[in-house]
Design a protein around this ligand. Structure first.
Ligand SMILES: C[C@@](CO)(OP(=O)(O)O)[C@H](O)COP(=O)(O)OP(=O)(O)OC[C@H]1O[C@@H](n2ccc(N)nc2=O)[C@H](O)[C@@H]1O
Ligand SMILES: Nc1ncnc2c1ncn2[C@@H]1O[C@H](COP(=O)(O)OP(=O)(O)O)[C@@H](O)[C@H]1O
Length: 301
């Protein structure tokens, strides 16, 4: 096969606010959150093959390949392609990953890798599934995957799959990664978690333009008090950042973030962090890099 490799960025996300409204009968939680996509992410390179094999090279992720969300997304799409009753020999792929987003950091690296894989292989294997179908496949793998499939910053409800795209005042974020790993499943099942926050009404979204006043009014993350109790290093990192600007936990952590108006200020704050602390600077990007790159690839190949 002569198709050239397709190289895409799988962007990170931040949860600029997060409320837990309640627990459903299936154990999952109803949330409201604002997903802000970022302009940094992992790089995934896809080379289609003429067999049905999924080969993954993904250094830095400590799960066996079959549990890697990239392989799981590939297999799910393979099944969907076969169900389409199209005679498929050429639904194999070699995937190579440059992993830069810390796994389990609350910045959605694994989820974004999975979404990017669904988008890339849907194109390369010519499955012709629309975004609704791909988002539904993604949801079967993880609650955070649909927003990356749709590729736009959004206000999310349900378990994170009911998405209203929003435009968020652009900011530069300093993201710090404390040296601890927070298990999403363990946090959601912790009896001490606050699960009864009041819902924000859709009217409060105004024209879907989230400016700094809106973000200041609704900022806050229901996981934060519990995570900071369980992991003092998270509180330490968030309190350090809070010297410079309002700082919050993203998702279930462990990363914390603060937003700044200029790149220069964000970089100065990052540079000032204590020795040994991991972190990065990223800009909010309401449109996912993946989608832009995929459109360019489709236009040139
Ligand atoms: C908290 C959030 C906020 O964006 O992000 P992270 O901190 O993981 O990045 C997400 O809701 C996480 O989504 P994701 O990481 O995809 O979670 P999943 O793999 O679907 O679920 C892991 C486990 O968390 C619990 N879970 C997840 C989502 C949800 N709305 N309610 C839940 O109770 C379930 O017990 C599930 O088994
Ligand atoms: N490609 C992948 N990248 C990162 N983590 C992965 C991947 N595949 C599976 N995982 C597993 O998923 C977990 C959550 O990953 P990730 O989405 O990066 O974090 P979070 O849900 O906290 O935002 C990791 O701890 C890891 O065990």
């Amino acid at each position: 096969m002569n198709t050239p490799p397709l190289t895409l960025t799988a962007p990170a996300k931040l949860n600029l606010m997060l409320r837990i409204l309640g627990r459903r009968e299936d154990g999952y939680h109803e949330l409201q959150t604002v997903f802000q996509l970022l302009d940094v992410g992992d790089t995934l390179s896809f080379t289609p093959t003429n067999d049905r094999q999924i080969h993954l090279h993904c250094p830095g992720v400590d799960v066996p390949p079959e549990q890697n969300l990239i392989v799981r997304a590939s297999r799910l799409l393979q099944e969907a392609a076969l169900q389409q009753n199209i005679s498929r020999q050429n639904i194999g792929v070699k995937i190579s990953v440059d992993k830069v987003l810390p796994a389990g950091g609350g910045i959605g690296g694994g989820s974004s890798d999975a979404a990017t894989t669904l988008l890339a292989l849907n194109h390369l294997w010519q499955c012709e599934l629309d975004l609704d179908a791909l988002a539904e496949l993604g949801r079967q793998l993880g609650a955070d995957i649909p927003v990356f499939v749709r590729g736009a910053s959004a206000f999310a409800e349900g378990v994170g799959e009911k998405l209203t795209p929003v435009s968020i005042e652009p900011r530069w974020y300093v993201v710090l990664k404390p040296a601890c790993h927070v298990s999403t499943a363990a946090l959601f099942s912790n009896p001490r978690l606050t699960r009864d926050s009041a819902a924000i009404t859709l009217a409060a979204l105004r024209d879907r333009q989230l400016n700094s006043d809106w973000l200041t009014q609704y900022a806050g993350n229901d996981f934060q008090p519990l995570v900071e109790d369980l992991y003092p290093e998270v509180r330490e990192a968030r309190e350090w950042l809070a010297q410079y600007a309002d700082a919050f936990l993203t998702g279930t952590g462990a990363c914390v973030f603060a937003g700044f108006e200029s790149e220069a200020t964000a970089r100065q704050v990052l540079e000032a962090r204590p020795d040994g602390w991991e972190g990065f600077v990223a800009k909010g990007a309401d449109e996912s890099l993946t989608h832009r790159q995929l459109a360019n690839f489709a236009a040139t190949v």
